[in-house]
Design a protein around this ligand. Structure first.
Ligand SMILES: CC(C)(COP(=O)(O)OP(=O)(O)OC[C@H]1O[C@@H](n2cnc3c(N)ncnc32)[C@H](O)[C@@H]1OP(=O)(O)O)[C@@H](O)C(=O)NCCC(=O)NCCS
Length: 115
């Protein structure tokens, strides 16, 4: 919750939205860490009605481009098969596991893509 509010209000973050008609169909937030050469995808989501149309892929690629860093990382629930398939298709691979990271103690998988 507070992480998401930070993505919306903190300076220096990349925020991109996908709009269809008058509706926001999707959103991505990127958190660049230039001193470490890494940008983190902090949040990515697409409304159910607009899924499987390439919107998340396009948002992800645009965010990677805008952060313009050698590597991009993100964390994702071990059970989130849709997101894992998306990220693997976009060239991300597993670099770490954070055991019990989420509030319900599910593990986070940390994925990375070299840009
Ligand atoms: C994960 C999510 C962002 C994907 O958004 P999307 O716009 O539907 O993704 P895309 O259309 O770009 O999908 C690209 C590829 O990812 C994979 N993929 C996406 N959703 C999938 C699903 N439900 N099941 C299996 N594969 C899926 C497919 O390989 C897909 O390519 P294809 O449609 O040609 O088969 C969306 O389902 C979502 O918002 N989920 C809830 C929030 C979430 O989990 N965010 C990620 C947190 S780390």
């Amino acid at each position: 919750m507070w992480d998401l509010i930070g993505v919306l209000i903190l300076p220096g973050l990349v925020r991109l939205k996908a709009v269809v008609g008058y509706e926001m169909a999707g959103f991505v937030g990127g958190d660049p860490h230039p001193s470490e050469g890494v940008g983190w995808i902090a949040t990515l989501g697409v409304l159910p009605a607009y899924r499987r149309q390439g919107i998340a892929s396009a948002l992800l690629e645009a965010c990677e481009t805008q952060m313009n860093l050698p590597a991009v990382r993100l964390s994702v629930r071990r059970s989130n098969e849709a997101a894992l398939r998306l990220y693997r298709g976009q060239g991300y691979h597993l670099v770490d596991v954070w055991p019990g990271y989420y509030f319900d103690h599910e593990d986070a998988l940390v994925l990375e893509k070299k840009c």
